[in-house]
Design a binder for this molecule. Structure first.
Ligand code: FES
Length: 112
């Protein structure tokens, strides 16, 4: 396991997710951070429908109304705070949530 610095928490604003690519000795990990109701969440950037990235454009993970995470390929909608799919071909499945650490100086870290 390795600890990776992602960014400072002030750099993730409501309705403005941020995408990251981490490369470890074993594999690479694509993920994004999203802030919702002032809480930060991290999810793997992988749609449970076809196991492909959710976005086509950089950092573009939200529905038009910015109320859900949306897959760009077939439009599945996921809750921001738990990653559960509530509409689309993977209804009932969920994004993979990743635990994050916040250090006292406001930096966001992830283990992989
Ligand atoms: S690949 Fe995401 S909804 Fe089909």
């Amino acid at each position: 396991m390795q600890r990776h610095f992602l960014c400072h928490q002030q750099d993730v604003l409501e309705a403005q997710p941020r995408e990251f690519e981490l490369t470890t000795e074993q594999a690479s990990l694509s993920l994004f951070l999203v802030r919702y109701e002032n809480k930060l969440y991290a999810y793997q950037n992988r749609c449970p429908h076809l196991n492909i990235p959710l976005n086509w454009q950089p950092d573009d993970f939200l529905s038009l109304e910015q109320t859900h995470i949306q897959c760009s390929t077939h439009g599945a909608l996921f809750n921001l705070k738990d990653g559960h799919c509530i509409s689309g071909p993977c209804n009932g499945e969920a994004l993979t949530s990743l635990p994050i650490e916040l250090s006292e100086d406001g930096k966001i870290w992830i283990q992989s």
